[in-house]
Design a protein around this ligand. Structure first.
Ligand code: GLY
Length: 569
């Protein structure tokens, strides 16, 4: 891959952007590496300690699944804003022989959930009810997911994999500047939901380098390390979860914990140019939407000079608008609704969907989800790992919003998700990400809420080439889309692709979101003149990705937008 002058311009602008707010970063307690190369293995995660734990597992003879499990538990300690045992996620695995699995450990609605549970007596959505406190919590899947992956592919003991996190939680971790800011920002809500008796709020504000000690979490991890799934879904941890749910009028019972199980699913497979794209099937909308977006780009010949040009951004935004209209109407939990995947990925259908793209933006009011005749027949975290044998693992995991529901299970020390907000509480009413949904994504007991998480692996000539994913709620899909285009079409180095400014359109609201201060003002003016309602906003996504060159050299790229860290050997 080559670098080009546009990339250099944007990297310079981005360095200045980071520098403008970096006084606290000079006190950083960790050395953070944004890029790494290796000839054997690579780990890229949202936190340097989690990355190092994953690397050590690989050096000790563990495989990529072992490393992923160790990283998942580590992130729950060192990155509590999104790392978790009280949430859920997706794991995509590609083996050196090309076989692949997708593990769905997405949360489920509790057995007592009802379609109208967030509506008042007049049918209006009750503000905040699906995002704050005990009622917003879905039945957690992360621990079951890790144990399920371990049962099938793990090679080191669960005890070995969790041990570093038991110690980190007990001894404490030093907060980065970003983490101190995030914890202070969530202080009022953490206090509102939990009072003061937990480790995340103290009398004074958090400072960079302060020690965060999580003793209850350490004890919970020891139970999981000793007993596996039962250390979380039964016994003392389960009793603490249920008592805490009762304290806050939550719905989760022992029956919910007993009946929670992860599901192995067939990964979605598609092609973009000569590249095989593997991604997550429903209940993620990510894989379907990503393949639709890429298929639409096949229709448009692009050269490296087209990168971030007005006409390319315009075309991509128009494609995004149409794909998200489909997402709102057709996507949901495949165990509950018939998701028309074949129709949505039919290349003829996609070509017809983009026929009406013009020079001017199409107002979203003029776009509806596609109709076809049936064919016959802003907080989440991502990590990417490749091991010495070439097994690739791409994991996106989430509590949903920052610190999830803000509920900390008393005595067990972990945060619970607010994933129930990813359901459509009422048709036509947007969720926290502004996403709309239909009956395909309405609430039902034991149903999985629709997700945008898009862990993805790209292969060429039978070999893994790119492992990629990101947090970012509704913006996950379009971020992964842009990284793939930047790397595969515009030939950018992975580091450059990850640093490049990002944009996003999701049909509703009818807005083209762009990262603030990162686009040429003339470009934004030209997009407005084409009819786009452009809004500058905070950074989009935090991509942690790995590129494997044809000669086998691995490059890890950690997003400069956070504390993300790459390490390889
Ligand atoms: N909670 C964000 C997502 O799953 O899309």
């Amino acid at each position: 891959m080559i670098s080009n002058s546009i990339y250099k311009y944007y990297v310079l602008v981005f360095i200045l952007f980071l520098w403008s707010g970096c006084i606290q970063q000079s006190e950083a307690p960790y050395t953070i590496e944004k890029t790494a190369t290796g000839t054997s293995a690579m780990v890229v995660t949202a936190h340097p300690l989690a990355t190092e734990i994953g690397v050590q597992v690989l050096k000790d003879g563990g495989n990529a699944i072992d490393a992923a499990i160790a990283v998942q538990f580590a992130l729950a300690v060192v990155y509590p804003v999104a790392g978790n045992v009280g949430g859920g996620g997706f794991m995509l695995i590609r083996h050196p022989d090309g076989t692949a699995q997708a593990l769905d450990f997405r949360e489920k609605a509790p057995l007592a959930a009802t379609t109208g549970m967030y509506l008042d007596s007049s049918g209006q959505v009750i503000p905040k009810m699906s995002i704050l406190g005990h009622r917003s919590v879905g039945v957690p899947g992360s621990v079951d997911g890790m144990c399920t992956a371990h049962d099938r592919f793990g090679s080191l003991s669960l005890k070995r994999l969790i041990a570093p996190s038991v110690k980190l939680a007990r001894d404490g971790i030093k907060l980065t500047s970003n983490e101190a800011i995030e914890l202070n920002g969530a202080r009022a809500e953490l206090q509102e939901v939990n009072g003061l008796a937990h480790p995340f709020v103290k009398a004074e504000e958090w400072q960079t380098g302060d020690l965060l000690i999580q003793e209850d979490l350490s004890a919970t991890f020891e139970r999981i390390a000793n007993e596996g799934r039962a250390g979380f879904y039964s016994g003392p941890t389960a009793r603490l979860i249920i008592a805490d749910q009762q304290r806050g009028n939550g719905l989760i019972t022992q029956n919910d914990l007993d009946s929670y199980h992860s599901v192995w699913r067939e990964p979605l497979r598609g092609w973009y140019k000569d590249y095989e794209i593997l991604s997550m099937p429903p209940p993620s909308s990510g894989g379907v939407a990503l393949l639709q977006l890429l298929e639409a780009m096949e229709e448009r010949p692009l050269q490296s000079t087209d990168i971030l040009s007005v006409s390319t951004i315009h075309y991509m935004a128009e494609v995004m608008r149409r794909v998200y209209a489909d997402r709102a109407e057709h996507l949901g939990d495949p165990d509950w609704v018939d998701v028309p995947i074949d129709n949505l990925l039919d290349s003829l259908y996609i070509r017809q969907r983009i026929l009406d793209i013009q020079q001017m933006a199409t107002p979203s009011n003029n776009i509806a989800a596609g109709i076809f005749t049936p064919l016959e027949s802003e907080q989440t975290t991502h990590f990417s790992i490749v091991d010495q044998q070439g097994m690739a693992v791409s994991v996106t995991t989430t509590l949903n919003l920052e610190y999830g529901s803000k509920v900390i299970v008393q005595g067990a020390g972990f945060l619970l998700n607010n994933e129930m907000d990813d359901f459509s509480a009422k048709p036509g009413v947007p969720n926290a990400f502004g996403l709309l949904g239909s009956s395909a994504n309405e609430i039902a007991p034991e149903k999985r809420m629709l997700s945008s998480m898009t862990p993805t692996i790209v292969a060429r000539d039978g070999k893994t080439r790119l492992v990629v994913g990101t947090p970012g709620g509704s913006k996950i899909i379009t971020t992964v889309f842009q990284i793939i285009l930047d790397a595969l079409t515009f030939d950018l180095d992975l580091e450059a692709a990850v640093a490049l400014p990002r944009f996003h359109h999701q049909w509703r609201p009818d807005t083209l979101f762009v990262e603030g201060g990162r686009f040429d003002p003339d470009t934004l003016l030209a997009l407005r003149q084409r009819g786009h309602q452009v809004i500058e906003r905070s950074p989009i996504g935090r991509v942690d990705a790995i590129w494997i060159a044809p000669n086998g050299v691995l490059t890890g790229a950690a997003d400069p937008r956070g504390d993300d860290h790459a390490a390889g050997f």
